[in-house]
Design a protein around this ligand. Structure first.
Ligand code: AMP
Length: 407
């Protein structure tokens, strides 16, 4: 299948060609004709599937075909994080470079005034995070009454981040009769409800089971005592097992702390999380991309939308509390057909989290013990039972057995 068979115009085909894309990805193949026909779409697609181009390309085409001259946005793309919003806006610019449409992006964490000036120039396509969009609407620096196409990108993540009320407020500012596109990696009940309330007779598209992104990723688990995690990470780096990696950790505080400790051990590292300013994040990412920083420590939320191609390794310094986040994390490696490696440093207290992740994956992650690093044994004062999880034959995912404590 070629892009031109999808009905895209020459200006878009040449921009696609310039990107080096040969053929559409499955989500593009299915979504582009439907969106061009004006239909609502509900698409199950994760990062890495080509979902951004799947909605950006037809939106550019639809808007370029209608009469120009509008000042207010005609397409609104909502994204959960500033990184993702910036990345989507970049795609709009790249694919739309041969068209005379204006695109703007607004997100929080940066001065609002340049954005106001930008909006005053008029825009056809606006990409935004929900909070900052409402700030603009509240200050009347933005009029959403002419929006013809609405996109909710990574809807599950927006709801996880508590944006439901913001989204509902935004919907009230939009005209009826518009086209709606909802993209989500997963379909919890909350996303289903949102989809039901927004979409009209949508075309349903599901490009992969939610864990297929992980099929190109080799996953390895290193059992380790919690107190030895830092030592193990530096050991893996010094041995060369970990060289250029995105290291996940749950809290912003821990992310800073870990990056500083690595730096003190002569390992170039930077942290990227919600408390960092946009310019700090951009700099950390640029340093990582050009190799000046070899370890990027990130929290789950901050990592969303980070556009890093050819990321060979992901390290889970701790396991995420939500099993789906594990899939999002390791989906950062092994993209676009390349093989990736995801290492998890797992301590005894994370046994339950591990079991939930393995249940979701329907597989067990291979365990590799590193000599000198072992999981801690049950400590004095710990509950009087112990999970026989580590030592059980790792064949199937059936829970784990509870046994009386051994001394
Ligand atoms: P996304 O799922 O939108 O985050 O896209 C993942 C990556 O795939 C991006 O780096 C895109 O540049 C790339 N991409 C999108 N569409 C194609 C395509 N048809 N062929 C090759 N790469 C693509």
């Amino acid at each position: 299948m070629y892009f031109k068979e999808l009905g895209l115009k020459a200006e878009l085909l040449s921009a696609i060609h310039a990107q080096g894309y040969k053929s559409p990805t499955p989500v593009q193949e299915q979504a582009i004709p439907e969106i061009l026909s004006g239909r609502d779409v509900l698409a199950g697609a994760q990062t890495g599937t080509g979902k951004t181009a799947a909605f950006t390309l037809p939106i550019l085409q639809l808007l370029s075909e209608k009469s120009q001259g509008g000042f207010n946005p005609r397409a609104l793309i909502l994204a959960p994080t500033r990184e993702l919003a910036a990345q989507v806006a970049k795609s709009v610019a790249v694919y739309g470079k041969n068209l005379s449409l204006h695109s703007t992006v607004v997100f929080g964490g940066v001065n609002i005034n340049p954005q106001i000036r930008e909006l005053r120039r008029g825009t056809d396509i606006l990409t935004a995070t929900p909070g900052r969009l409402l700030d603009h609407a509240g200050q009347r620096t933005l009029d959403l009454s002419e929006v013809e196409i609405l996109v909710l990108d990574e809807a599950d993540r927006m709801l996880d981040m508590g944006f439901i009320h913001d989204i509902r407020r935004i919907l009230k500012l939009l005209p009826h009769g518009r086209q709606n596109l909802l993209f989500s990696a997963t379909y919890p009940e909350s996303v289903r409800q949102l989809a039901d309330s927004i979409l009209h007779n949508p075309k349903l598209i599901q490009v992969s089971r939610r864990n297929t992104a992980v099929e190109t990723v080799t996953q390895v688990l290193h059992p380790v005592a919690r107190t030895d995690k830092f030592k193990l990470l530096t050991h893996l780096i010094k041995q060369g097992d970990v060289s250029r990696a995105l290291v996940f950790i749950r809290t912003k505080y821990a992310a800073n702390n870990l990056a500083q400790k690595l730096a003190r051990n002569s390992i170039s590292a930077a942290a990227i999380h919600g408390n960092k300013s946009q310019s700090q994040r951009t700099r950390a990412l640029a340093d990582f991309k050009k190799g000046a920083v070899s370890i990027l420590v990130a929290t789950d939320i901050a990592s969303r939308g980070l556009d890093i191609n050819q990321l060979p390794q992901v390290v889970n310094y701790d396991l995420p509390g939500i099993p789906e986040d594990y899939i999002h994390r390791i989906g950062r490696t092994g993209r676009a057909g390349a093989r990736g490696l995801a290492l998890s440093l797992v301590s005894h207290d994370e046994t339950k989290l591990l079991a939930n992740i393995e249940k979701l994956l329907c597989t067990r992650i291979q365990v590799r013990e590193i000599p000198g690093f072992k999981k801690e044994e049950a400590v004095a004062g710990a509950p009087s039972f112990k999970y026989e999880y580590w030592s059980s034959p790792r064949k199937h995912v059936a829970g784990f057995r509870r046994r009386g404590a051994r001394r």
